[in-house]
Design a protein around this ligand. Structure first.
Ligand SMILES: [Zn+2]
Length: 121
């Protein structure tokens, strides 16, 4: 199957190795893409695991799972990826069937050789 992050690559050669713990995402961009595909595959564990430990208390796994399941994840567009910042547009169809676009600049941080999601504006 094609990767749910819409890279055009097979899932097995894109985000799957990160989702199944075989590898850590090597860059903020790779981590961002794998977090989008984690939403698409309802993988709330991965979303929590890749959030900076100090920030996890601001997220709830069941809320993330709910949000992931309610929406249909239709496309991902990267606007810019510079240093530890990735700006993207996440396309999805919400629970009422309305197309939505979430644009965000996400911040990432490296901790003992692993990238984590910090927050987004
Ligand atoms: Zn992917």
């Amino acid at each position: 199957m094609n990767c749910p992050c819409f890279s055009g690559l097979p899932y097995a050669n894109c985000c799957e190795p990160y989702h199944i713990h075989v590898q850590n995402a090597p860059t903020p961009l790779a981590l961002m893409r794998s977090r989008y595909s984690a939403f698409a595959t309802h993988n709330a564990d991965y979303l929590m695991r890749t959030t900076l430990p100090a920030k996890r208390k601001f997220h709830d796994k069941l809320d993330l799972l709910d949000w992931a399941q309610q929406n249909t994840w239709t496309n991902l567009e990267i606007v810019e990826a510079v240093d530890n910042i990735v700006e993207f547009k996440a396309y999805y169809t919400d629970v009422s069937g309305k197309p939505q676009i979430q644009q965000e600049r996400s911040r990432f941080q490296k901790l003992s050789d692993k990238w984590f999601y910090v927050d987004g504006i």
